[in-house]
Design a protein around this ligand. Sequence first.
Ligand code: DGT
Ligand code: CA
Ligand code: ZN
Length: 573
Amino acid sequence: MKNQEVAGILYEMADILDILGVQWKPNAYRRAARTIETYSDAIEDIYQKGGVKGLMDVPGVGENIAKKIEEYLRTGKIKELQQLEKKIPKGVDEMMHLQGLGPKKAWRLYKELRIKNLNDLKKAIKAQKVRKLAGFGEKSESDILQSLGMHEVGEKRKLLLTGLDVARELETRLRALPWVKKAEVAGSVRRRKETIADIDILVISKEADKVMKYFTSMADVRRILAKGETKSAVVLTNGLQADVRVLDDKSFGAAMQYFTGSKDHNVKLRGIAIKKGFKLSEYGLFKRKGEAYVAGRTEEDVYRKLGLPYIEPELRENTGEIEAAMKRKLPALIGYDDIRGDCHTHTTWSDGANTTEEMVQAAIKRGYEYIAITDHSKSTIIANGLDDKRLLKHLDEIERLQRRYRDITILKGSECDILKSGELDYRPEILKKLDVVVASVHASFKMGKEDMTKRYLKAITSGHVTAIGHPTARLINTRPGFEFDLEKVAQACKDAGVAFEINGNPSRLDLRDSHIKAANELGASFLINTDSHSENHLRFIELGVAQARRGWVSARSVLNSQSASRFLKSLRR
Ligand code: DGT
Ligand code: CA
Ligand code: ZN
């Protein structure tokens, strides 16, 4: 699948056009890239079947961009991009993505200080050269330095979604081989950690040599790191490292347990094994005396022989799950199929790629009982937020669609800005017309923990809010997000019947797992949403559920795991 690669090229086009100050076009490229990178069909297949016309059926892809994609798929390059790249060094493109820089400032750093890449930039900041440029200062130097730090971490760890997609593709390929009996992903991907360093796959096969040969000679292997008898490691063309290990039936469960981790969970478990007179390794559970095999075929067997119930992979972080298992107090986690409606979605009315009708159809296709359409409110100007008049028109459209689509409840919603003062972006009379209000902070992030807490409390007690959207506003590997007093806000939410959103967008996953766990212990309720800006994003719900599970959340604490009628009742504000 070349989707990531093509999206990458389109993003690059957008960036360079941005730096050159071209209007509109960059956003068109970005919209197309966003759709393609998360599209479930392979872009090269779409092109093979339907040509340029076929590509143009992908939301956000117009004729011009479709032709560029065609050129890339046929020749491996885009001439216009090559010409543009001559004007702007590649490093400048990287600089513009640092939080707090953007295209204009990156261009000036290049023009005025000859800074060509991130390395130059770091040096210039250390030499205090950047603060002397107009519009920059000491504060911006320290901000940029922080962004540089996050960028370096991000280089190494990839988003969970990328890992999941690649892992599933590898599982499918390996399972299709006649001499492979089983192929399963382990490691941080299986635990659904928000970022992953590599992909660990375990295989049952009697012909390890054939598996090794296949794995190291796949078309998308860029580099072979190791090729052994039962173990190989490669770097794929998408930059991800993948490891494969071949095992026999007898030790597969023990190996899954071992390689799923986390390391801390395993250390604790091994301690328990030792106390019970066992030895636990990736090969199985053995008696310490005489080394007789006790268990190893399945993970359940291993846990059972240690006197424990099965522990779900998402919980295995040694944050209390083993103690809870010993007391038979593990939570019944929300299931991946438990969500009955998505309550944070955007359409072409603000900055989404699909029309309201297309989003409704996509929700029906997923089998949802309801969907809330929540476009941006007026203050989020860059996302084409709706003023009162446009919002009212939009609500009319939703009513019209509801009359046509009887299989789903279409909820009138808004992702309504929480202004700096804590006030909401629409008047009460307008808010009263809405079923779902996801209230989010999109500006004025830097106000300190105490003021941000006050800002949230004011919004929560307004009586108009269903949920706090992406509560910390972090962007994984890019922006740390702001702080607020979680305990105070959770308590206020509980008193006012307001939920925390668990935003499943792969770059957000906000609230994060540890916050979810803390809020859950305080009795908070949650709304698991995708924040979809395209129908393809509805699949992010899986990531939201994964994050909820990592926060020990049960279905009963998740509003949108309820049936439409119960959910609607709980919404009466
Ligand atoms: P990652 O790759 O950084 O996203 O996270 P993991 O958890 O996938 O870590 P990785 O790939 O280094 O190792 C996979 C699992 O193998 C890990 O979760 C636990 C297990 N493991 C690796 N090294 C050790 C070790 O030294 N001791 C123990 N007990 N387990 C280990
Ligand atoms: Ca790993
Ligand atoms: Zn938002």
